[in-house]
Every structure is written in C-alpha cells, then in structure tokens.
Ligand binder design. Sequence first.
Ligand code: DGY
Length: 324
Amino acid sequence: MSVSRPRIIRTVRLPEEAEKRITASFDAPPPPSSPLSTEEVFRLAAETKAQAVLVTNSSPVRADDAALIPESVGLIATVSVGLDHLDVKAITDRGILISNTPDVLTDCNADLTMLLILAASRRMTEYTKIIRDGWKRGLGMDELLGIRVSGKTLGIVGMGRIGQAVARRARGFGMTVLYNNRRRLDPQKEQGATWFENLEDMLPQCDILTLHLPGGPESDSLINAATLSLLPRGAVFVNAARGRLVDEDALIEALTSGQIAAAGLDVFRNEPDPDPRLISLPNVFATPHIGSATRETRTDMGMLALDNVEAFVQGKPLLTPVTA
Ligand code: DGY
C-alpha cells in the first residue's frame, strides 16, 4: 500500500470515471457489488486504516454509528447534497470532518422537478398504462384530460439553489412564481418571484406546489392534512426533496378525495419500498429517488467527493465542507 495514495472505503460503486480515478490514485478495496451496510463499512475502514469514507443515504451514520467510526477516519464524504442520513453533530463532535456534494446536482434535480410537474399534471401514469396495455380506442375530446402547466402559479417551498433553479425553468413555462422561505432573497435572485414569509399565506394561491427543503425534524410532515387543505381544490403537488416532509396518509386522502388532483413524487417516507397505497394511485406519477441520476451528475458528485478526500489528506480546506 503506497503511503501517498489516500486510503478510502466507498459504500457503493461510483460511476465509471470516478472508479477509474480511484483505481489510478487511491488505495481502496474493489467496489462493492451491493451497498455496504454502515457496520460493514466501518469494519472495512478499520481493517484498511482508511482515512476517508464515501457514503450515500444507503449507509446512514447516526449517533450510535458515529461512535463506531475507526480512529484512522478523518473525513466522511457523503456523495449527496442531503445530510439527513448523517448525525452531523455526533460525527463532528468526534473531530471528524464531513463534506457533501452541493451545486453539481442542482440542475438535474430541477429538471426532474419539471418532469414531475408535467407528468403529474398531464396524467402520464394513466396515459402510459393505456399505451403499454395496447392502445385500441381513441380517447374522446373530453376524456382523461390533464391540467395545463403553462401560465399557472407555482409555489416553491424552500428557495435555495434547487428552488431557484426550478423557478428559472418555471419562468420558461410562463408561470407565476411564489415562494416560501425563511428569508427573502435579494431581487437579483428573486427574479420577480413573490416571497411569502408564511407557508399558510402562500398555499391558497398555488396551482402547483413543489418542495425543495432539506429533511429533518423541523420540517417533518410540513405537508399534512391542514396544509393540503389550504391549497385550491385540484392543485398539483410535487416532491423531489425528502419523503419525510409529507404526511403520506394525508396525501393519500387528499389524492383520493380530489383535493389534490395529482402528485409527482420522487421521494417517500420509506425508501426503498414506499407505501403501496400511495404509488398505486392512478393520479400519482412516481420515480425511485433519481433526482441526481444522470451519468453526468453522478460522475460530478463522485468526482467532487474524491476532490474533498484529496484536499483533506493534503491538509487543505475541504471544497464543500459541512458544518454542524
Ligand atoms: C441528495 O443528493 O441528497 C439526493 O437526494 C440523493 O440522496
């Protein structure tokens, strides 16, 4: 084992270019064929005296797990922007650094959000089923009609990097953009969007609502029976952020009663294996948490995680540090 090559463990196989870089410049066991459990990863890290561990949300590091991180490990580099699988305080309290992968996935997540808005509004689950089952009869003029997206009012909850990228795209569809955020953005970032300090004040004005908040105890079930009831009847709901933001029982009820016309969902409270009552609804268009899942973006995420590892072992500041 060469001393100059950073010693790492990764919990998942990374995209090809990142794997090639690991082979060329890092000391690491071969990529796992399936995601390693948190226990396995720390056992391997102890055996190989790894300096850094690359994780994803498939190997959470909670407070109890943080106690198991071997002494050799000085950096947990998560290949994600989200941090809800990490107990940041418990890890940093042990003097271990954390990095994540913001920015590089903003565009792909915003692209997927637009896809979910369009697919839910335009009844893509039902149309795809007709085509796949063998399309034998033309649809009537008034049959299975969707909801026009262009020109509608979009409410964005959470106007960070991804929320702002969704707003840019929505403007291309001639949409009016409202947003709820703790702080008002400066006019250059706001680009004509209207700020609402209170979510409850914004909801009655939204034809379509999309969430772009981090997960965590403060935002758990932010979308619930009460908030759903404030939307205009027949609104469209989209979530490509985190499943825990939503009370899924309340969403199922709203989708069944017609309070919500359709939902586009990439994230669920239980992943994998989301609630079958939710994903089997014909007015739900669902994808399996693939906001960043393009070759380009996943490669960029892997490369950024490796850049952080290299910076760490060279004693340089992390490129994208996470602080408690
Ligand atoms: C992220 O980067 O946080 C994605 O949602 C994957 O977990």
